[in-house]
Design a binder for this molecule. Sequence first.
Ligand SMILES: NC(=O)c1ccc[n+]([C@@H]2O[C@H](COP(=O)([O-])OP(=O)(O)OC[C@H]3O[C@@H](n4cnc5c(N)ncnc54)[C@H](O)[C@@H]3O)[C@@H](O)[C@H]2O)c1
Length: 260
Amino acid sequence: MSLTKKFQDLFSLRGQTVLITGARRGLGSAIAHQCAEAGAHVVINDLDADQAEAKARELREAGYEASSAAFDVTDRQAVRQAVDRILAHCGAIDGVVSNAGNQNRKPYETYEEHEWRAILDTHVGGAFNVTQAVMPSMVARGRGRVVMVSSTVASHTKGTLAPYASAKGALSALTRELAQEFGSRGINTNAVAPGYLKTEFTNAIVDDPDFTRWLSARVPLGRWGKPEDVAPAVLFLLSDAGRFVNGHILTIDGGLTAAL
Ligand SMILES: NC(=O)c1ccc[n+]([C@@H]2O[C@H](COP(=O)([O-])OP(=O)(O)OC[C@H]3O[C@@H](n4cnc5c(N)ncnc54)[C@H](O)[C@@H]3O)[C@@H](O)[C@H]2O)c1
C-alpha cells in the first residue's frame, strides 16, 4: 500500500466548490480555469451579472463545472445573500479566493478621501465581507481554504500606489490573523503576492515602453508575469498538497523582490 497520496489526488479539487471574486477576467479568470481543470465547481463572482455568467458559460462549454454569482464585494448584505444562495445550491464552499481588486496610480498628496476609501473598501473590506460570510460554514464542517490575493507592493513599491499598497499590506496581515484564529478549526488561510502581471489592470504601464524596459531589466526572469504563472500556486494552496501551509504569503514575481 502506498504511504503517500497519488500525485493527481494531491492537487485534485474534485467534488469541491471554490468561490473566486473578481473572476470574469485577468488573474481571477486564470484561477477559475485552473481550479475547474482540477475538478472543482467554480463560482465566478464579479460586479456585472452578464459578464460573470459569460465566464461561467465559457467554462461549462469547455466541459467544466461552473456557475456565477454577481455581487459587489463591498456590499456586505449582497455578499451574505449570495453566499447563502451558493451554500443552498452547492451544499458547501470548500475554498474561497479573495481576488477582486481595483487600483489608482497618482502622487500621494492628490488622493481624495473617496479614492482612498474605494481601494481600501474593495480589497480589505471585500476580503472581510467575503471571508466572514463564508467561514461559519467552513467552521461547521471543520475544513476550508482561504486564499487572499495580495501583491509584492505590500512589501516593495515604486510609489504612487499609496492606497493600493496599504490595502495589500493589510491583506497580508489579515492572512496571518485568520491563519492564527481559524487554523485550529481546520481552515488554512494563505495569500499569493504576485509581482507585475500583464492584465487589463496594468494596461497603462504595459503600454509604457520605459516601464517595460525597466521591468525586463529589474526582474531576474526578465519578463512580465502572466495570470497563468500565478494560478497553479493558488491551486496548491487550495488543494491537499498545501494542507500544512497556513499564514504564508507566497511571492510569485520572477525574482523581483529577491534581487537588489
Ligand atoms: N495585474 C497585476 O500586476 C497584479 C499584481 C499583483 C496583484 N494583483 C491583484 O490581482 C487581483 C486581480 O487583478 P487583475 O490584474 O486580474 O485585474 P483585473 O482588473 O483584470 O480583474 C479584477 C476584477 O475584479 C473585479 N472587481 C473589482 N471590484 C470589484 C468588486 N467591488 N466586487 C466584485 N468584483 C470586483 C473587476 O470587475 C475585475 O473583473 C487584484 O486583487 C489585484 O490587486 C494584480
